[in-house]
Ligand binder design. Sequence first.
Ligand SMILES: [Cu+2]
Length: 701
Amino acid sequence: MAALNRAVTLAASALVLITSAAGAQPSAQPDPRVEDYYRIIDIPTPEGVELEVGGLAVLPSGQLAVSTRYGEVWMIDNPSGERGAPYYRLFANGLHESLGLAWKDGALYSAQRGELTRLEDRDGDGVADRYETVYDWPLSGHYHEYSFGPKVAPDGDLFVTTNVAFSDSAWWRAESRVPWRGWTLRINDDGTVTPWAAGMRSPAGLGMVDGDFFYSDNQGDWVGSGFIKHLEKGDFSGHPASLAWTGEPGSPLDMTADDLYDIVDPRFPAEGETPQMLANREDEPLVTLADVAAKLPATKLPAAWLPHGILGVSTSEIIQDDTGGGFGPFTGQVFVGDQGRSSITRVFLEKVNGVYQGAAFPFIEGFDSGVLRLAWGPGGDLYVGQTSRGWGSTGPEPFGLQRVVWTGETPFEMKAVRAMPDGFEVEFTRPVDPESAREAGYSVTSFTYKHHPVYGSPVVDDRQETIRGAVLSDDDTRVRLVVDAPRRYYVHELKIDGIRAAGSGEPLLHDAAYVTLNEIPAGRPVPENDWMEVRGAGDTATATTAADTVSPDAQNAASTATVPADERRMTTLPGGWDGVDATLSLGTVPGMQFDKTELRVAAGSRVALEFNNNDDMMHNVLVVAPGAADRVGQAALQMGLEGPKNDYVPASADVLAHTALVGPGAAETIYFTAPETPGRYEFVCTFPGHYLTMRGVLVVE
Ligand SMILES: [Cu+2]
């Protein structure tokens, strides 16, 4: 190795920083912003119309059909507003929570709770005059028994997915109470149904990619994180509730929940056991979905994991860019909505050994409400249908209809990341500055998720991978990273720090990719003497995420004593305390809020804070310095993989005390000493997207 004059090894394990590069090559303009390339534009909604979007479909006429959770279908002429204001007409109503819409052969199709319905306007007056049941299915009546879809298969069949029910008594664990809950169904116009795949939990997103059916699922019990997945007939996606019906006629699977329980202890709560006790059991062996697949071959792995908290929290619609360049440089790629985070993620998919896998990238956020549905407009703009009632979302509005428009400028982004026999190849949307490619810091961290009955999974078994070298393509558009030992089935976080576009010198709009590696392609590794010169192993640092950042406010407030990081979460009575002076209790209410907006304690008192998470999603509580809630909430968003690993608690001196991330139905009590200085301190949940609404004031008096 040392003899090769052009070969340079990168740091053995550490993130390579670009301190000198950043100083040597200042950017000529301010950092680029997403809105320089993609703009979010409102589509006006008439007064009085509660457009809680459940489904979107664009008709050949260019009209946009919108179905709502109230059961209406609106037909919008001129939705992009190019010929004056959009015009809304009520096309159909009386449906039961329509959560999808598709156009096929002159009719609209919608999944209501209990059936797939065909809506037709036979007399041409612009209003549906025929509502026809294509196929219906049983319901138990549980609130969460949503039905989603349809999507149209290349042969005209219609895919529908069904949500499971949840048991309040078993801490939100899913149940399939009637046949085909938790399934994907393939339905023909003649009313015949083919149970297609099992193992769904909350399958709100459906999409067709190159003619193949994909669906997305949401983190929860037996689902470590959100993902998108290619579903073929007979696939099992991982959640056992649906397997109650594999004995029914037509089931393409014959496995049972016990087959899964033989591999993973289902750990139903014992008498007196709390969710937190269950979640905290540390003797649990690491079993991943890939481990399950090794024993139960029907198990299908995600094409792309969308790491929870980093790329969203509740995955929704999947749509492939078929605009032929009308939406920018991502033709053929996939966009995935996120309801809770009010955002859209971008995914590059490739097939290796016949198996889909891909790289997920942040794309855009900041929508009015929760992003549920996506559809392409005739001009290549992306319609975004939104709703949040009962579910909560970062976008504060109860509903929304907006569109994303490409400005015509090409952002400097990682366009694709492909698996290589010896690592990864990053393709950029524009040529890179070769000098900056040599100076850049590259890091690859692999990790996975547990497949277990507890709600969600922490990031587990994470490891910094050794990058041995890099190769820049002749046209400067691709950098190949030689990684010592990429791990099959793991997600690889790939970060590039300091690379710049040729000419303009601008940095990447987004610096991270999350690459799911189901298959490692065969092929020839790059010879060492082709590796380019990159920065040496000496220039490394790992302290960026571990170091405390002290805000100017915290520094200036000399009276605000900072608390050492290892004393910010005390879950047992601190040594020397013979009791507490005050016990505060805090709970949650739906819609990402605490049940109190103000708590009061005496300065210097010994406090127990009992946090009960009676919600159906994960939350934490941080007690922070006066005025610091926004700052700390934003810092949590910037943590990347460190977020889920550290309960989204940023290393900030603004943080005085905090809980861990507390799962649904679980609780945690923390102990802290109230500040000596009276003031209006704040408490806030820093789970990504929550800090704007989930906060309150701790009055110290
Ligand atoms: Cu929260």
